[in-house]
Write a protein that binds this ligand. Structure first.
Ligand SMILES: NC(=O)c1ccc[n+]([C@@H]2O[C@H](COP(=O)([O-])OP(=O)(O)OC[C@H]3O[C@@H](n4cnc5c(N)ncnc54)[C@H](OP(=O)(O)O)[C@@H]3O)[C@@H](O)[C@H]2O)c1
Length: 318
């Protein structure tokens, strides 16, 4: 299989290394000339768009800054590439419908990469919402979900954190889109989000002009939830607390564990693998196993529904 990368930054390199190790695909990169990242020896550089076209790649990995995703994806879709697009779809809606039309017309296989769906804690939490003939498999009525993701952004990106897309509005930065993982898995666990409201903004000095916090209220198919995100907390926390009628379940993504609490007592603790790449590996396994399946989970057509809600939220509550 011929896979071309558009963006060999931190996430592009991670995917390339994992694909090389496990799948042994032929890997290529079409560079922007905007970074001085050196390609690993298992990735061949394509020097011109003509070379990309001539190669007839099977899959394009869109791993460049967020604001470039849709335009890059359109160019690739036009030459019949299947698409693996890093989250979020883009920073704006411009040309999204055009991209969706091409994808539908050409019946391309597409996937929007929200890897946290493949984190072992989220995989396990999903089971609490799985219905069997008696109702929910854990016999619980869902009441409410609360999700928190806090961290100190300068700690993620040594040195040049203010030059990266995360810190800069026009490159698609800001916490709402950057940590839209939390919005995505809330929708994945609870069913489609019907309504999103809240506040967001810039309070600290860790970004240039993008928002560094958000408090989002969601109404979903199963019930309500809230999501707190920030980039300025000196405490790393990534937890989801789910209240069922007779059980509180706490998923801790940072420590890869789930606790069950009833009447104030810890009744169970489950530990999961903690390797940094596990969700990325599981995601690639899923993607390549479904490479012929246009109905793959979180394909672009499905993912566009949530993305449009996120952009509407950003416009409405600014
Ligand atoms: N799923 C996740 O957990 C996760 C984690 C990190 C990032 N992401 C997503 O992946 C995307 C890329 O993030 P990243 O952290 O990999 O970014 P990054 O390290 O800043 O790399 C972006 C790459 O895009 C290319 N590029 C093209 N035009 C550019 C421009 N004008 N300025 C800078 N670089 C440009 C460069 O690669 P070339 O030199 O090869 O052209 C650059 O190395 C974002 O959309 C982000 O949301 C997802």
């Amino acid at each position: 299989m011929k896979t071309v990368f558009f963006g060999m930054g931190s996430i592009g390199q991670r995917h390339a290394e994992l694909i090389h190790k496990k799948f042994k695909h032929d890997l290529y990169a079409f560079r922007s000339g905007k970074s001085n990242v050196k390609l690993p020896d298992y990735v061949t550089e394509l020097k011109s768009w003509n070379e990309v076209k001539k190669l007839k790649p099977d899959v394009a990995f869109i791993t460049n800054p967020t604001s470039l995703h849709i335009d890059t994806a359109i160019k690739c879709a036009e030459i019949d590439c299947n698409l693996f697009i890093e989250k979020p779809i883009d920073s704006k809606l411009k040309n999204l419908d055009k991209l969706l039309r091409i994808v539908k017309r050409k019946k391309l296989v597409t996937y929007l990469a929200y890897n946290r769906r493949f984190h072992p804690v989220i995989t396990e939490l999903k089971k609490y919402f799985t219905k069997n003939e008696q109702g929910l498999s854990y016999g619980n009525k869902f009441l409410h979900l609360r999700s928190v993701n806090t961290s100190y952004y300068p700690d993620w990106r040594a040195g040049d954190y203010k030059k990266r897309y995360t810190a800069i509005k026009k490159m698609g930065g800001g916490i709402v889109l950057d940590l839209s993982h939390e919005i995505d898995y809330t929708s994945y666990l609870l069913g489609n989000i019907k309504n999103m409201s809240g506040i967001y903004g810039k309070r600290g000095s860790v970004t240039v002009d993008s928002e560094d916090y958000a408090d989002i209220l969601v109404q979903t198919k199963s019930g309500p939830g809230n999501i707190h995100l920030d980039f300025f907390s000196h405490k790393v926390e990534n937890k989801i607390e789910i209240n069922f009628e007779n059980l509180t379940v706490i998923g801790d993504l940072s420590n890869s564990e789930i606790s069950e609490v009833r009447n104030g007592n810890l009744i169970a603790k489950k530990q999961f693998p903690t390797e940094r790449n596990i969700s990325f590996e599981n995601q690639l396994d899923y993607f390549f196993a479904n490479i012929d399946n246009p109905k793959m989970m979180n394909n672009l057509i499905d993912a566009a529904i949530l993305f449009k809600q996120i952009i509407k939220f950003k416009k409405t509550y600014v």
